[in-house]
Design a binder for this molecule. Structure first.
Ligand code: 6PG
Length: 517
């Protein structure tokens, strides 16, 4: 470990993939960093990485800015006061473990601790209250994975606004950047040469927990977006006999148009990859059991609790769950009958590809509509004042769901604000309304083809059901209310009477009289 001759600007605790890369990113942006991890090899690792980055970037004369610390007390005494400490440890108990250790090491009440993990937002709310006497617990959700953390993530900070004033310059420096006019990411992945121009992908989200809530919904959308692409892949390969290379080429083509996204880009790359062992497409050798760490599930649970329809996000979580049931799927694949599939002609394939492109775009609009609607309903519920144009803006670069499409969402919220309208649902935005009306028939054709071929498309089809449900002025919930009243006297409202007035029909009496409750 090095001697600390000068006090450092910021401390980073936890030097796993994300912490290490955040530390290097902060240092590249001219801030000095005190770095600590319980594993001293990781401390040495980040210090060494900075040195080798200097050699790669031919900047050996530039002073090193990361200093490794042996323990938390040493870290605290090496930091400028009031201190700013970044926690990059797994969500859950480890966050509280480090907070307690910091209290023991002498952290002070005006020091700020920023939790950058994928914490459950309610834990964040509790922590801010729990530690308020010992230090300022602040949270900042981070999206973008390893490369994002290193060269520009999307950052969703929330908590004490005065703490944000102190953190903001560092956060704006390290965040991903977007060209203000085009809304496209400005990307440069060069150590020692960070992107300093453009709009930073960070904005103050709101009070404690709101940043983690917004990130949770980001991940829910991420789950749905990933599953949509996977469904397209299965349709093209199983339904239309396309090879992985052909699908990779098609995804690359789609990535040039309205379906442009980081997830589409990496999907093409994954499909193109050969397995180093067998030489077959790697995707054919990867076991089809999806993992998950919980953020998509939390989004679905929150949508159910709030009563906000987010079926495509929930279906994406279920799709991962059913993927893990490999044994049952194997047994049932031998038992259950599906349709006899006729071999498609080249013409049929080409027209299906065009329909699928439109279907994916429509489903994507529906799943973003669900995510933004969920945030809007949560904000009302919790008294947060979320700025959706700003949230869409900071997702245009750095994060996993970054896509050209986010610029259209930004513009939709900006246009609504100019017109003084509250955009309750993105389906109502002019641009999306027009696109959906134009493309909905292809969406239906793609879902029909999937159904007739027996290929599961839970997200593409649930998104269509969401769209159609919102198109229905009248839903069969009238019958449902009748059923509830029949067996449980649960009452119903009438179409011809004021809202809130409750009625019950005396179903068990011969005369079936109507009672105003
Ligand atoms: C991001 C990612 C990141 C991580 C998720 C996904 O925005 O950078 O969402 O947070 O990849 O935790 O995790 P699972 O797919 O394992 O749930």
């Amino acid at each position: 470990m090095q001697n600390h001759t000068k006090l450092h600007d910021i401390g980073v605790i936890g030097l796993g993939v994300m912490g290490k890369n955040l530390a290097l990113n902060i240092a590249d942006n001219q801030y000095s960093v005190a770095a600590f991890d319980l594993d001293s090899d990781k401390v040495q690792g980040v210090v060494q990485q900075e040195k080798s980055d200097r050699i790669t970037s031919k900047q050996t004369q530039v002073p090193l800015r990361i200093n490794g610390c042996n323990n938390l007390s040493e870290m605290l005494s090496s930091l400028e006061k009031p201190r700013i400490l970044v926690l990059s440890v797994p969500a859950g108990a480890p966050v509280d473990g480090v907070c307690k250790a910091l209290i023991d090491a002498g952290i002070e009440s005006d020091d700020i601790v920023i939790d950058t993990g994928n914490s459950l937002w309610t834990d964040t709310v509790e922590r801010e209250a729990r530690y308020s006497k010992q230090f300022i617990f602040f949270s900042c959700a981070v999206s973008g994975g390893e490369m994002g953390a290193r060269f520009g993530p999307s950052l969703m900070p929330s908590g004490d606004i005065k703490a944000w004033d102190r953190i903001k310059p560092i956060w704006e420096a390290i965040a991903a950047k977007v060209d203000a006019e085009t809304g496209l990411p400005i990307e440069r992945q060069e150590p020692g040469n960070p992107v300093t121009e453009g709009e930073p992908c960070t904005t103050y989200i709101g009070p404690a927990g709101s940043g983690h809530y917004v990130k949770m919904v980001h991940n829910g959308i991420e789950y749905a977006d990933m599953q949509l692409i996977c469904e397209a892949y299965q349709l093209l390969s199983d339904g239309f006999a396309m090879t992985t290379t052909e699908i990779a080429d098609l995804f690359n083509k789609w990535n040039q148009g309205s379906l442009n996204s980081y997830l589409m880009e990496i999907s093409a790359e994954v499909l193109r990859q050969a397995d180093p062992i067998s030489g077959k497409p790697l995707v054919s050798m990867i076991l089809d059991k999806a993992g998950q760490k919980g953020t998509g599930l939390w989004t679905a649970v929150s949508s159910l609790q709030i009563g906000c329809p987010a079926p495509t996000i929930a279906e994406a979580v279920y799709a991962r769950a059913i993927s893990t049931q490999k044994d049952q799927r194997f047994k049932l694949s031998q038992l259950l009958k599906g349709p006899e599939a006729a071999k498609p002609t080249a013409e049929e394939r080409d027209s299906f590809i065009a329909q699928l492109e439109n279907a994916l775009y429509c489903a994507k609009i529906a799943c973003y509509a669900q995510g933004f609607q969920l945030m809007a309903m949560a904000a009302k519920d919790k008294g947060w004042n979320l700025d959706f144009a700003e949230i869409a803006k900071i997702w245009r670069a750095g994060c996993i769901i970054r896509a050209r499409f986010l610029q259209s969402i930004t513009q939709a919220y900006q246009a609504a604000a100019i017109d003084g309208i509250e955009l309750d649902n993105l389906l109502m935005a002019d641009a999306f309304c027009i696109a959906l009306s134009e493309k909905q028939l292809d969406w239906r054709k793609a879902v029909s083809a999937a159904v007739m071929k027996g290929i599961p498309v839970p997200c593409i089809s649930s998104a269509l059901a969401y769209y159609d449900s919102y198109r229905c002025e009248t839903l069969p919930a009238s019958l449902l209310q009748g059923q509830r009243d029949f067996f449980g006297a649960h009452t119903f409202e009438r179409t011809d009477k004021p809202a809130g007035e409750k009625y019950h029909l005396n179903w068990s009496h011969a005369d079936r009289d109507l009672i105003k409750v």
